[in-house]
Each structure stands twice: as C-alpha cells, then as structure tokens.
Design a protein around this ligand. Structure first.
Ligand code: PLP
Length: 445
C-alpha cells in the first residue's frame, strides 16, 4: 500500500466520516489509525507513526503487505479476466486454484471445491448442504467457536457475538477442550480432552443430537476468537475416530489456521488426521474476498445450486494462486514452524517474568497470552488485557485483544515476519506487561 502523508489529523476526520456512514455493527474497534503505507509486517500511519502488525488485519495478511508477486498477479488478472463469472464460465485461475487446493488439502478423498466470497459464506453453504447430503438433520459445533456472521455460520458459532442472533434449531453445541479452563474444573490436558469427548459422545450425541441423526461436526483446530485455545493433542484423533464410528462428517474450519500459519499447511495435520471437508478463507485471496470449501464429492455434489454470482472471481483466484506460490517458494510453512518456536520460547520467557500472564499457548505463528490477576484463582485480567493492548499500540505493536473472557492477547503476524521484527514485538510485549503491572500508565482502560 502506498500513500502520501496527508493533512494533519486525518484520523479523526476519516473516523468521523466513517462513523457517519458505516453501520455500527460493521465497524470493529481494533486499531485507531489510518494507514498511509504498509510493507511486509510494518504499517506507517498517516501521522507518521510506525507499527509492527501482529494482528495482520485479522490474520488475513499471510505473505506480508504488498508482496510484489501477489500484487503482480492481481494486476495481470484485472487486465485480462476481470469480469468473468466463474460459476458461468470456467477460467484458468479458478480451475487451476481448485486443482491445487484439491491436491494439498488433508481431506479424504478430496474431490470438489466450492468458492464463496467470505469464509462465512463457505461455512453457511456447508450448514445448508451437509444435512441434505447426509440425509441427517443435525449438526454439532462448539461453545466458543466463531465461524462467521451469516445466518448459518452465525448459528453454528458459539461465541458471545452470536448470542443476539437467532440460532438454528438443528445445531447443538459441545464443550471445547480448554486445558487452562476445562469446563469440568482443573485437570491435566489428556483428562480435559477425554472428559469433553465423553460428554460429546454420551450426552450431546446421544441425547441432544443422536449419532444417527448427526450429519457433521464442525471444529476450529485452534479456537481463535475464543482466545487461541489449542485442544490437547489426543482430542482431534479421538474426535476423528468417533466420527468414523458413527458415519459423521468432520469439517475443519481452517479459515484462520490454514495455509501454513501453525507450522504445517493445515492445522489438523498436527493431529495426523484428515477431514471430510476443510474451509479456507481470510488470507487465501491475498487480501481479496475469497473462501473455499475443499471436500468429498458426496458432500459438495448435493445436487442443488449453491453458487454465488461473484464467487471465485478470476482476480481473487489469481491472487490466491500467487499467495500459494509465495508460501511454497519462500518456504513460509517451514518458516512459521521455525519462527513459531522462537515466538513460543519468547512467550514462555514472558510468562516466567510477568505474573499477569496466566497461560501462553498456540502453534507456529498463532499465539495467545492469557492474562490473569491471580495465578491461583485464574481470575481473568480483562482490564489488564485492554491496557496491555493499548500500551502495545502506543509502543508500536498491533495485537488483538479478545478471547471468550476478553483477557487474551492474540498474535498472528504475517508468515513473512523477520526475526528482528519478532524480537522487537516480544520486547514491546515485555515492556507493555511491565508497564501495566506497575500501574505506570496514564490512560485508564
Ligand atoms: C475461524 C473462522 N471461521 C470463519 C470466520 C468468518 O470469516 P468471514 O468474516 O470472512 O466471513 C472467521 C472470522 O473471523 C474465523 O475466524
């Protein structure tokens, strides 16, 4: 992104204009800045301040801002294929991307691709077609999950933002294994997993959504909006086995975890399992609106029309092909694994030093820092998390503040992040945690 340094105080001006015209629910209160330029993992605001972006536009910037290969692919596609509608006319980019996704997705057997304009669309499509294809009416998802804002994906979600929307009567929620805050009280990791799985098997799938009536279970391999919660290692294999025993499809929402972020191309590969469908979105389109389902043909060939007019545009698919090439060519998956180790070592170090940090977790370049005011009672440090987020902002680091209890700092930098930038981000986090703990801050949350 490029831009001139504009008039003084453009932030307030633009913000006021946005507030006047954008719907309230459309504005997410993330970072109070207006971008002048962005390169790699760095943003320059219009007032000249510089930021390291460890939120990466809600984890959509995988290959860094303004990657020349992605940009060139977009420009070339705009010049040639701009207005072709993929559902009407197959074009090289959309067919080529589908072939590439089928070849790399951990889906057994991966046969078909469906494109949407947003990840919520793709989830929504599955919410509609999985029950029809399976001839089983019910679906299971998880408390704390976030799958999108459309009616179907919203109903499938189990997070706070969905509470005000109407649900769907055929969706039942199961507890997600959270080793730090196990729904059944303190336990070790393996125990948490088994308790949650037994409850799913013996209660949810027996009484609420009987096995033989359940078409699919939807899961985020890491629950991101809930606070980067990583299930214990034995959970996903056991869930896969449960699905196999009962002919239930397992659908992995890899919208945030997919395409290398966790140190493998797909997060479910850490568990050594395959899914019956995976959903991709966010960074897939290199910044353009694009989502994809890669799935078994018995799910996706359900026999009803599900195409959305502008979905799978050749421009977005060209950007996605370039994004995949950059991920492969620059070995970004391996890089996420390697730099992820540095990140997690650094976070463990922060936890040793700062009593505010109750837990650190994540995989690869996806991490959560859970703040508590008391390590014994694990009282959530919600206000402290807001203050740490603000302090990071003041010190030049963008992070996400969220989680089910509002007390988790989420980190999802671009996969191209440099070691120096990573070290700088850890140093800023260190300073911000120290400042908040000492009460030195002027600004109250
Ligand atoms: C895991 C996951 N799935 C689905 C979605 C929905 O994505 P979109 O807002 O692009 O529809 C999100 C958005 O945050 C997400 O984090």
């Amino acid at each position: 992104m490029t831009g001139d340094l504009l008039e003084p105080d453009p932030l307030d001006h633009l913000r006021r204009r946005a507030e006047a015209v954008f719907a309230r629910g459309y504005r997410l209160p993330y970072h109070p800045l207006v971008i002048a330029e962005a390169h790699g993992a760095r943003i320059v605001a219009r007032d000249g301040s510089e930021y390291l972006d460890f939120n990466a536009m809600a984890a959509t910037v995988l290959t860094g801002y303004g990657h020349p290969a992605v940009r060139a692919a977009i420009v070339a596609a705009v010049e040639s294929d701009f207005q072709q509608l993929t559902p009407l006319l197959p074009n090289e980019a959309s067919v080529g991307l589908a072939e590439r996704l089928v070849a790399c997705a951990p889906v057994h057997p991966a046969k078909r691709v469906w494109y949407g304009c947003s990840s919520g669309d793709a989830i929504d499509c599955l919410v509609k077609i999985a029950p029809a294809a399976a001839r089983r009416p019910r679906l299971v998802s998880y408390i704390g999950a976030h799958h999108g804002m459309t009616i179907g994906s919203g109903a499938l979600s189990g997070d706070m933002t969905q509470r005000r929307f109407l649900g769907a009567p055929n969706i039942v929620k199961a507890p997600f294994p959270d080793p730090y805050r196990c729904p059944w009280g303190p336990c070790d990791r393996g125990e948490c997993s088994l308790r949650c799985l037994d409850f799913l098997d013996e209660y949810v799938l027996s009484e609420q959504s009987p096995h033989e009536e359940t078409a699919a279970i939807f899961i985020e391999p890491i629950q991101s909006n809930a606070g980067e919660i990583v299930p214990p290692a034995n959970y996903l294999p056991a869930l896969r086995a449960l699905c196999d025993r009962h002919g239930i499809w397992l659908i992995a929402d890899e919208v945030k975890t997919g395409l290398g972020r966790t140190g493998l191309m797909f997060a479910i590969q850490h568990a050594g399992i395959t899914a019956d469908a995976v959903v991709l979105g966010k960074g897939l389109g290199g910044g353009l609106p694009l989502a994809a389902i890669v799935g078994r043909d018995e799910i996706l060939d359900v026999g009803v029309t599900t195409a959305q007019t502008l979905s799978g545009s050749p421009v977005a698919c060209s950007a996605a092909l370039a994004t995949l090439s950059v991920i492969e060519g620059e070995a970004l998956v391996e890089r996420a694994a390697q730099l992820g180790r540095t990140l997690h070592d650094g976070l463990a170090e922060l936890m040793n030093v700062h009593r505010l940090v109750g837990d650190v977790r994540g995989l690869g370049l996806m991490a959560g820092i859970e703040l508590v005011t008391d390590r014994t009672t694990r009282e959530p440090g919600r206000l402290e998390a807001i203050r740490v987020g603000r302090r990071c902002f003041d010190l030049g680091l963008l992070v996400k503040v969220g989680g089910r209890l509002g007390n988790v700092i989420g980190l999802t930098p671009p996969l191209t992040i440099s070691e120096q930038d990573l070290a700088q981000a850890l140093a800023i986090l260190d300073g911000a945690l120290a400042d908040v703990a000492s009460g030195r801050l002027d600004r109250e949350g």
